[in-house]
Design a protein around this ligand. Structure first.
Ligand code: NAD
Length: 339
C-alpha cells in the first residue's frame, strides 16, 4: 500500500483524501489542518488521523473533541508521498520539509512550475513522472486545456490554440472572497498565465489565452478555438471526446446550457460533492470548418485535478508504469463513469 499524507485538508485536500482512500493500492496516513473547522470534523468522521501545522493550537483542537495525532513533520515522516494542498504559494515553503524527510511530494497549480521542475497531466506525460520526487499537478484550467489539446494534437497535429477562460470568482465555500458584482479581467494583459502553463506540459503547442473572472462559484467556462494541421471531422472529434476517460460530452438532448444545470446534473447523478472530474465539452458547441475547431468546455475547478493527483502518486512511486492502467484504476475506484 502506498502511504499518502495530505498536507492542507481544504477544498482540494479533502477531495484528494477521499479519492486516495478509495484506491486499492493506497491508504491515508494523515491529513493536516491549521485550525479547527468543520473540515477537521469531517477528517475525524472519515477516520483520517489529524495532524496540525501549529503545535501551539493542539489545545484548541482537543477542546472541540478533535484528537491530534501529531505535527505536520511527524505526518510527513509516516508517508511515502505527501500531497501538498496548502494555499497557493505555501507549498514552496514546505518543500524544505519534504526534502529533509526524503519524501516524495506533489504540489498543486497554485505553485509555480519551478517548485517541482515538472508539471503533470495524466494524459500527456504520466511516464515522465515515473519515480520523480517532486511533481506539480497543473491547475484545473490547465488540466482541462491539456486534455483536449493533447487528444486533438495526437489525432491531427495542432497549428494554434486560442482560448478564453471565463473563471469562477471563488469556490462555493469561500465566503471571504464575496460578494462580487463585476467582470474582472484577470489579467488585463494577454496572454493570461494559462497558455504558458499549458506549455509547461505540452511545450510544442502554440497557444494564446485570455481570462476574466465573473460572479459565479459553480465552474469555469472555456471558449476554445483550435487550428489543426489537417482537416478535422466533427463526428471523429465527438468520438474522441466520448471515448476519453477524463472528458465528458454534454449532449444536446440533456437540455444543459449552463454550469448551474451541469452541477445540478452531477448532484442528481449522485457524484460525491457533485464533483465533475471530467472536462465537460458541450456537444452542440463543437463546430468544425476545415482545420478550424471551436467549442465550449466547462471545468469543475474543485474536482478535475483530484484524479490527476491520484495518478501522479502512482507514477511517482512507480508501481504502475502504464498511464492507461492508472487512469482505469483511479476511475474505477471512484465509480467514475463519464456523464
Ligand atoms: P483551501 O484554502 O481550500 O485549502 C487549503 C488548506 O490548507 C486549508 O485547510 C488550510 O487550513 C490549510 N493550510 C494553510 N496553511 C497551511 C500550512 N502551512 N500547513 C498545512 N496546512 C495549511 O485551498 P484550495 O482551494 O484547496 O487550494 C489548494 C491548492 O490547490 C492551491 O495551490 C490552489 O491553487 C490549488 N487548486 C485549487 C483549486 C480550487 O478550485 N480550489 C483548483 C485547482 C488547484
Amino acid at each position: 500500500m502506498i502511504r499518502v499524507a495530505i498536507n492542507g485538508y481544504g477544498t482540494v485536500g479533502k477531495r484528494v483524501a477521499d479519492a486516495v482512500a478509495a484506491q486499492p493500492d493506497m491508504e491515508i496516513v494523515g491529513v493536516s489542518k491549521t485550525k479547527p473547522s468543520f473540515e477537521a470534523y469531517i477528517a475525524k468522521k472519515r477516520g483520517f488521523p489529524l495532524y496540525i501545522a501549529d503545535p501551539a493550537k493542539r489545545a484548541a483542537f482537543e477542546k472541540l473533541g478533535l484528537p491530534v495525532a501529531g505535527s505536520v513533520a511527524e505526518m510527513v515522516a509516516r508517508a511515502d508521498v505527501v500531497v501538498d494542498a496548502t494555499p497557493g504559494g505555501v507549498g514552496k515553503d514546505n518543500k524544505n520539509l519534504y526534502e529533509k524527510a526524503r519524501v516524495k511530494a506533489i504540489f498543486q497549480g497554485g505553485e509555480d512550475h519551478e517548485v517541482a521542475g515538472f508539471s503533470f497531466c495524466s494524459d500527456c506525460n504520466y511516464t515522465l513522472a515515473l519515480g520523480r520526487q517532486f511533481v506539480r499537478v497543473v491547475s484545473c484550467n490547465t488540466t482541462g486545456l491539456c486534455r483536449i489539446i493533447n487528444t486533438l494534437d495526437k489525432e491531427y497535429g495542432i497549428a494554434k490554440v486560442r482560448a478564453v477562460m471565463v473563471r469562477r470568482a471563488s469556490d462555493p465555500g469561500e465566503v471571504k472572497k464575496g460578494p462580487v458584482d463585476a467582470v474582472v479581467l484577470d489579467p488585463v494583459t494577454v496572454p493570461s498565465h494559462h497558455g504558458p502553463d499549458v506549455q509547461t506540459v505540452l511545450a510544442h503547442i502554440p497557444i494564446s489565452t485570455m481570462a476574466m473572472i465573473v460572479p459565479t462559484t459553480f465552474m469555469h467556462m472555456h471558449a476554445i478555438q483550435i487550428e489543426l494541421k489537417k482537416d478535422g471531422k466533427k463526428e471523429r472529434i465527438l468520438e474522441l471526446i466520448e471515448k476519453h476517460p477524463r472528458m465528458g460530452l454534454v449532449k444536446g438532448g440533456l437540455g444543459i446550457k449552463s454550469t448551474a444545470e451541469l452541477k445540478e446534473y452531477a448532484l442528481d447523478l449522485g457524484r460525491p460533492r457533485g464533483d465533475l472530474w471530467e472536462s465537460c465539452i458541450f456537444a452542440d458547441s463543437v463546430a468544425v470548418q476545415g482545420k478550424d475547431v471551436s467549442f465550449f468546455q466547462a471545468i469543475h475547478q474543485e474536482a478535475d485535478i483530484v484524479v490527476e493527483n491520484v495518478d501522479a502518486i502512482r507514477a511517482m512511486v512507480g508501481n504502475v508504469k502504464d498511464p492507461e492502467e492508472s487512469v482505469r484504476m483511479t476511475n474505477e475506484s471512484l465509480g467514475f463513469v463519464a456523464i
